[in-house]
Design a protein around this ligand. Structure first.
Ligand code: GUN
Length: 292
C-alpha cells in the first residue's frame, strides 16, 4: 500500500482564501477590519519566525496585525498590563501570546488574562475547560489540533468510533487534540514518555497523531495497515548534503509509514500551514461577532 499524501499546504491555502473572502464580506457588511495582536516576549528565534509568518499571513488575508515585543526580562505585570490594553482595544479581535514564554513568567496567569472573546489561540483555561467538558463548547479551539481534525476529515477518515492514539500530551497540541477526538466520538488514548510498549499501543490506532517532537520516532511497523497518520512534528536533523546543513523531519518515519498507512501528512507541508490558517479563521470569526 502507498499512502495518500494529505496536502496540508493546499487545504490551508483554500482556508486562507476563504478567510480573505470573509474579511471582504465583513467589511462590505459594515463591520470593522479584523485585527490580531501578536505578543512576543524575549528573543526565541523560532518564535520570532513563527510570529513573522503569522503576521505576513494576516496581511495577505486583509487582517490587520498589531505587533508587540517585550524583552526577555519583561515582568509579569508588564505582560499582563499589555494584555489588559489589548483586551480593551476595539480594533483588536484576537490576542496571540507566542509560546513558550521566558522562564519566570507565569504562563497560566498570562493566558488567563486574555479576554476569552479574544482568545483566538484557544489556550485560556476557560476555553480549554469547555473543550474538556461534555455539552460545552469553547469560543475558540487551539489552531494546531483543530487543523489536525480538518486534515483527518478532508482525507476521509472515519473519526466516530475509531481508535485514535495521540502521542504527546502538550498543552498546545497533544492534550487539546485528544479532547477534540473525544468530542468527535473517537475512542482516544493519550501516550507519553511513561507509556508502556508504545509501539503496541500505536499499532491499535486507526488514527494516529504524533506530537512528541522527536525525529522519526514512530516507525513503519508501529502503524496499523490502513491507518490515518497526522504528523505534527517539525524537527531539524543534521544533513550535510543540504545547503543549509539540515533537513526538516516529522515524528514519523515517513517513507516507512507510506508503505502501511492509508493517508499521511508530509513534513513540511502537512499540519504546519494549518496552524496559521486556523488562527486567521479564528480572528475573522471573532471580528464577525462584533457585527450588529
Ligand atoms: N507555540 C507553538 N505553537 C503555538 C501556537 O499555536 N500558538 C502560540 N501562541 N504559541 C505557540
Amino acid at each position: 500500500m502507498t499512502a495518500k499524501i494529505i496536502d496540508g499546504k493546499a487545504i490551508a491555502a483554500e482556508m486562507r482564501e476563504d478567510v480573505a473572502k470573509g474579511v471582504k464580506e465583513l467589511i462590505a457588511a459594515g463591520g470593522t477590519q479584523p485585527g490580531l495582536a501578536t505578543v512576543l516576549v524575549g528573543g526565541n528565534p523560532a518564535s520570532h519566525t513563527y510570529v513573522r509568518m503569522k503576521r505576513k499571513a494576516c496581511a495577505k488575508a486583509g487582517i490587520e496585525s498589531f505587533h508587540h515585543e517585550l524583552p526577555d526580562d519583561a515582568s509579569q505585570e508588564e505582560v499582563e498590563k499589555l494584555i489588559q490594553t489589548l483586551n480593551a482595544d476595539s480594533k483588536v479581535h484576537g490576542i496571540l501570546v507566542q509560546l513558550p514564554l521566558p522562564a519566570g513568567l507565569d504562563e497560566e496567569q498570562i493566558l488567563r488574562s486574555i479576554s476569552i472573546e479574544k482568545d483566538v489561540d484557544g489556550f485560556h483555561p476557560v476555553n480549554i475547560g469547555r473543550l474538556a467538558q461534555k455539552g460545552r463548547e469553547p469560543l475558540f479551539v487551539p489552531c494546531t489540533p483543530a487543523g489536525c481534525m480538518i486534515l483527518l476529515e478532508k482525507a476521509g477518515a472515519q473519526i466516530e468510533g475509531a481508535n485514535a492514539v495521540v502521542v504527546g500530551r502538550s498543552n498546545i497540541v497533544g492534550m487539546p487534540a485528544a479532547l477534540l477526538l473525544v468530542k468527535a466520538n473517537a475512542t482516544t488514548t493519550i501516550c507519553h514518555s511513561r507509556t508502556k510498549d508504545l509501539p503496541a499501543v500505536c499499532r491499535e490506532a486507526d488514527i494516529l497523531i504524533a506530537a512528541i517532537g522527536r525525529a522519526e520516532m514512530i516507525r513503519g511497523d508501529w502503524i496499523k495497515p490502513g491507518a490515518y497518520v497526522i504528523d505534527v512534528g517539525m524537527n531539524r536533523v543534521d544533513d550535510p548534503s543540504r545547503e543549509r546543513g539540515y533537513r526538516l523531519t516529522g515524528d514519523v518515519a515517513y517513507d516507512e509509514a507510506m508503505e502501511v498507512a492509508a493517508a499521511i501528512t508530509p513534513v513540511p507541508g502537512g499540519v504546519g500551514p494549518m496552524t496559521i490558517a486556523g488562527l486567521l479563521a479564528n480572528t475573522l470569526r471573532s471580528a464577525q461577532r462584533t457585527l450588529p
